[in-house]
Design a protein around this ligand. Structure first.
Ligand code: SF4
Length: 353
């Protein structure tokens, strides 16, 4: 079995936050070593023409040796498939480590994404860490001082939508449009609902509905359309669950995710491997790299052998939505996100039975 590329993504140190929308879920922070990362890279290397290695799948650059880790990931990755930055960085570190932003700038980073949920109290609460909001304020200044633009994202649900005006006020108060213009980078921000999986699935009771969209402040809406290149805010947030339900209840199809998905593999602190098409949890488990080895894990990926993949490959959509959907709900989802939400719910139900 030979893949064009495998991305091996090891959660070496975890994350300082416990966000309520976190799709990777809350797990203890591991403390893995350089030799663990080398082990992971060498385990997968024989099965791909090119390999890309990451030392994080939660908070990037969380450890004090972030520069060495970045070099190590490049060394372990194929020269033509090096790791990417994805415009993500450690807010925690930006607020504490004076060398960090200049280093990011040196890598050519133009934007860093920062996440707000409203004002200070709500942002700290949804980030799961007291002081998170103040760290974001510090990070904004540090980024701009170093010629990097902060890109603001705000998650929308029934609680946070009430405070989006505070995000807009902050953008105005800190003059972010003008300051970004000053460093020659257009200001960017956007709002969206995230995906209803991992910890985020617990937000289903307060999930955004179509009548909430009019509460999104004009400025945030305008930048959101630009960011997603959409014409209406409804297009950004997707369709009502009841509409998707009506569509899927007629849908007999199944899908083999393993035969089409790129091999991007999340490896947790105990070397459990899940594909990034799902969430790092039991239904998506492909095996343990230490005890099963890479070949068996890749075989399970390709053969739809994780429980969630098996369900998706054998249970028609109409059955998933009949058992786990709500035909009356006005909650908003993209179609694929909704299918994944149904799939995760279905798997959990099956496991409980
Ligand atoms: S969403 Fe990101 S920052 Fe928040 S807890 Fe999850 S990994 Fe950490």
């Amino acid at each position: 079995m030979q893949y064009e590329n495998i991305s091996a993504v090891l959660d070496m140190l975890g994350c300082p936050n416990r966000c309520r929308h976190c799709f990777v879920g809350w797990r203890p922070n591991p403390k893995l070593t350089e030799s663990d990362l080398r082990f992971v890279a060498e385990a997968f290397r024989p099965y791909a023409k090119t390999l890309t290695v990451y030392d994080w799948n939660r908070e990037p650059d969380f450890g004090g040796d972030y520069k060495e880790k970045w070099e190590l990931c490049k060394e372990l990755s194929s020269p033509d498939r090096p790791p990417e930055r994805f415009e993500l960085a450690s807010v925690w570190r930006l607020a504490r480590d004076g060398e960090y932003a200049p280093w990011l700038k040196g890598l050519g980073v133009k934007y860093v994404q920062l996440t707000l949920f409203g004002g200070e109290e709500l942002t700290d609460s949804f980030t799961g860490r007291r002081g998170a909001y103040q760290d974001i304020l510090k990070a904004i200044d540090v980024l701009l001082e170093n010629g990097i633009a902060p890109r603001i994202q705000a998650f929308v649900n029934k609680q946070t939508v009430q405070e989006l005006y505070k995000v807009e006020e902050l953008i105005d108060r800190l003059e972010l449009e003008k300051r970004c213009e000053g460093i020659g980078i257009p200001f960017a921000c956007f709002v969206h609902q995230g995906s209803c999986d991992g910890e985020g699935e617990k937000l289903y009771p307060i999930w955004v509905t179509s009548d909430d969209l009019k509460k999104i402040p004009d400025k945030l809406a305008k930048y959101t359309l630009k960011h997603f290149n959409k014409r209406t805010i409804q297009e950004v947030f997707g369709r009502e669950e009841r509409e998707l339900y009506r569509e899927l209840i007629e849908d007999d199809t199944t899908e083999s995710l393993g035969s089409t998905a790129p091999a991007v593999l999340y490896i947790d602190g105990e070397f459990n491997v899940t594909p990034n098409i799902g969430v790092p949890s039991e239904p998506w488990l492909l095996g343990n790299l230490k005890t099963d080895g890479a070949e068996k894990i890749l075989d399970r990926l390709k053969g739809d052998k994780s429980p969630a993949q098996y369900v998706r490959a054998t249970v028609p959509l109409k059955e998933l939505v009949r058992d786990c959907g709500d035909p009356e709900s006005k909650r908003l989802f993209g179609r694929e996100d909704y299918i994944e939400y149904l799939l995760n719910r279905y798997c959990r139900r099956e496991a409980q039975e």
